[in-house]
Ligand binder design. Structure first.
Ligand code: NAD
Length: 245
């Protein structure tokens, strides 16, 4: 099918897998990846890379204007967190962390989806689809305070947008990945500790892969999901269920 998908954070990790899955699914013939860092991109052939900070509306507008066609699929996937090795006031798990870093996380993990959708959404035709990459951190309490709150906000915003855009024939859904050892985790936790955490936290005792997350995103953005809107699918090996006995 002919169509353009925009995938934010599409240069690597889950976003690159989403770009590949959308192309393989055949719902679109072109994927534009918007990413802050396009060096060493993992995105497959057929994906065009656009250097862009998705928290910055002016940058997003400039890149969208350069595409020359309207998107039929938008995946708001960019997120995670910036490493701040220079800071000594942001200990992991501190519920009273600094305000500027709290705002930074909300800006990246929630507000950026509004920024990009505000620019791209008005041009989307009936039958188009939006999918947001949330997290299980947005569905259960955790010690990632700003990140978890932002992802919870993203899930609620997904439902509000689904209701608002239904009359225009545009569907809006979300996925909530569990644990995938991408650069997001590489920056914070050695592989061995990550594996130990997965062993404890995931009933299926396995991490998920970017391709598994991407598969659900491609489904939600396809005509196979034509009657699905305002939903969030957790791809988490059962983590939201609690610990297996
Ligand atoms: N990896 C996991 O275990 C996990 C779990 C739950 C949810 N998620 C979510 O999945 C999404 C993708 O994460 P990932 O694991 O692939 O991480 P990643 O770090 O491998 O990829 C994130 C991509 O987003 C880009 N990005 C970051 N800030 C940006 C900005 N301001 N503008 C444009 N691009 C920006 C990065 O350059 C990177 O290419 C994120 O929203 C993350 O919160 C990941």
């Amino acid at each position: 099918m002919s169509g353009l998908a925009i995938v934010t954070g599409g240069a690597r990790g889950i976003g690159a897998a989403i770009a590949a899955a959308l192309l393989a699914d055949g719902e679109v013939d072109e994927v534009a990846a918007f990413d802050l860092d396009i060096n060493g991109a993992e995105a497959p052939a057929g994906v065009t890379l656009h250097q862009c900070d998705v928290t910055d509306e002016a940058q997003v507008r400039a890149v969208v204007a350069s595409l020359g066609r309207q998107a039929t699929v938008l995946v708001n996937n960019a997120g995670g967190g910036k490493a701040h090795p220079e800071r000594t006031d942001n200990a992991p798990g501190d519920p009273f962390g600094p305000v500027d870093l709290f705002r930074e996380s909300v800006d990246l993990n929630l507000t950026s989806a509004h920024v990009v959708t505000r620019v791209v959404g008005p041009g989307m035709a009936r039958g188009s689809a939006i999918c947001n990459t949330a997290s299980i951190a947005g569905l259960m309490p955790n010690a990632l305070f700003a990140y978890g709150a932002a992802k919870a906000g993203l899930i609620h915003w997904t439902k509000c947008m689904a209701l608002a855009l239904a009359p225009r024939g545009i569907r809006v859904n979300a996925v909530a990945p569990g644990f995938i050892y991408t650069r997001l985790w590489e920056q914070t936790l050695p592989r061995q500790m990550f594996d130990q955490m997965v062993g404890v936290a995931v009933p299926m005792a396995s991490e998920q892969t970017p391709a598994q997350i991407a598969d659900s995103v491609a489904f939600l953005c396809s005509q196979r999901a034509a009657q699905i809107t305002g939903q969030v699918i957790a791809i988490d090996g059962g983590s939201l269920l609690g610990r297996a006995h």
